[in-house]
Design a protein around this ligand. Sequence first.
Ligand code: NAD
Ligand code: UDP
Ligand code: UDP
Length: 343
Amino acid sequence: DQVSTATAIPRVVHGYGRVPASVARRRLRIVVTGGAGFVGSHLVDKLIARGDDVIVIDNFFTGRKENVVHHFRNPRFELIRHDVVEPILLEVDQIYHLACPASPVHYKYNPIKTIKTNVMGTLNMLGLAKRIGARFLLTSTSEVYGDPLEHPQKETYWGNVNPIGVRSCYDEGKRTAETLAMDYHRGAEVEVRIARIFNTYGPRMCLDDGRVVSNFVAQAIRKQPLTVYGDGKQTRSFQYVSDLVDGLVALMEGEHVGPFNLGNPGEFTMLELAEVVKETIDPSATIEFKPNTADDPHKRKPDIGRAKELLNWEPKISLREGLPRMVSDFRNRILNEDEAKGF
Ligand code: NAD
Ligand code: UDP
Ligand code: UDP
């Protein structure tokens, strides 16, 4: 029942030895809501590899069993089909609360469900954390800064958000989730951690989730034009998923509540991103301009000074290194889709 810490004596001892309790930490029981999704499934991989017990709660709105199927035979892994909008009773040590659609196309599909997930879902997970004394980590978003008037964005910036727009179910939803977390922290002594995640990409992203990296990569592989919205001069900063997962774990294990920006400060216009995708996948790919969506933020780039100093964390993988790592996963899935369609 014990696993060694990173610095401790190796866990496998020849003969019948056991790791002495003094150098071992207790195996943790951890809930990951949204654990069948893109980020959640990579987090689950890391927690399982570390030796902990993981319970995934997911309603499979945007998540897929395929993302976690490789753990099905592992007795330390459990998958519960459950909607976080409904209460649940469990006994665990930590709760990573990720459940919420993240792509604009998905969260605008049923905005009422999105705001319910953010408000009622977060309330239920905080109520659970309070009852059992678990530590609770919220995955908030850079969208809490809205269309920012400060650049780059520091955690102290309060944001420029439209409260009644088509994105509000998500960005105001996450702002309310942050409020709930802080109120349970101050009012009910729940140990909370808040991450503000900036645009993240990698293997297992939904193929057709409408996000710019997944769109461009899938389009380049399918030999379709890359769709640039608006003039393509708006900027984003793209973080590879393993960097984010390392940051989430550092935040959960650390002593600071946050909020912490977790993102890669490398800033690209959408036209520059299209160029990197062309270089990586198909230099002959073409670009097609399309009208932009409402309330689209013009600029986004994290200031990660706080996370560097207090969590000793910073991203390691640049866009040019990270993009090729998602291409083979996308190629395989597009090939499988084509085969299923009989192409
Ligand atoms: P995703 O859509 O791949 O994963 C979300 C998961 O939550 C899915 O498995 C989905 O089925 C599940 N889910 C949604 N509503 C639920 C509900 N009511 N009950 C139970 N499960 C539910 O998205 P992701 O990119 O993995 O994002 C994970 C978290 O990180 C989200 O909270 C998102 O807001 C946050 N985030 C992500 C990014 C990013 O760039 N990927 C950026 C900022 C914040
Ligand atoms: N909750 C839950 N699991 C638990 C404890 C609470 O899902 O183990 C839900 C509970 O149903 C409520 C929410 O979390 O809707 C907030 O709980 P809290 O105890 O803070 O508030 P109360 O139940 O007193 O309104
Ligand atoms: N975008 C684009 N082409 C696409 C999809 C998105 O140019 O096919 C743009 C979009 O207008 C936005 C940026 O890419 O300015 C990032 O969009 P995404 O939906 O990935 O994430 P957001 O940061 O808006 O949540």
